[in-house]
Design a protein around this ligand. Structure first.
Ligand code: ZN
Ligand code: ZN
Length: 181
């Protein structure tokens, strides 16, 4: 059954809506996610983004099932390099990280800490653990994938087929995040 959920930044100026269910509930341990999380957590007043493992928890949604309903003016994107098509979006009103967007992809990764305590869907897998110095330190509660799995890609492709293979854009993000050098 579909249900619309509301998520907001820490101060409440930005509100997002997403239509459940998510495609997948994952935690990414890739170097880029860990690096970006460190950048965001260093912003003034920023909430914690990394899990105890160092990974970043996200809920993946079809891009056509996520929208910004309030405060889009506060959203700024951050790219780790000038060339990358991957951007991470922060609400600058209170420096809450909101989502990760592979701009050419059909899904959006909403950051797990946006969910009120106790309401985040259960974790299904950790991805990109091969980027860690020592993945053996991870708990064994869910599959710890070195990169991704066939099942991971199958879920993404099935979601894309259900969208008629369209690639919507999250065009409500305006401007680039200021990051202290
Ligand atoms: Zn805010
Ligand atoms: Zn990652």
């Amino acid at each position: 059954m579909t249900q619309t959920i509301k998520l907001s930044c820490a101060c409440g100026s930005v509100e997002m809506e997403a239509v459940d269910p998510p495609i997948m509930s994952t935690e990414c341990l890739c170097t880029s996610c860990r690096t970006a999380a460190g950048v965001f957590e260093a912003l003034p007043g920023a909430p914690r983004l990394r899990e105890a493992t160092g990974g970043t928890r996200t809920e993946m949604y079809r891009k056509d099932r996520v929208r910004c309903v309030k405060g889009a003016d506060h959203l700024r994107e951050h790219r780790l390099t000038a060339q990358t098509t991957t951007r991470r979006v922060v609400a600058t009103c209170c420096n809450t990280p909101i989502f990760l967007d592979f701009t050419s992809g059909h899904w959006i990764d909403l950051y797990g800490p946006l969910w009120p305590a106790g309401t985040l869907p259960p974790l299904q897998m950790r991805t990109m653990t091969g980027d860690m110095d020592d993945p053996s330190t991870l708990p064994n509660d869910v599959p710890n994938l070195r990169t991704h799995s066939a099942g991971f890609f199958l879920r993404l492709i099935l979601a894309w087929a259900a969208m008629g293979f369209r690639r919507p854009r999250a065009d409500y993000v305006k401007g680039v995040l200021d990051v202290p050098a």
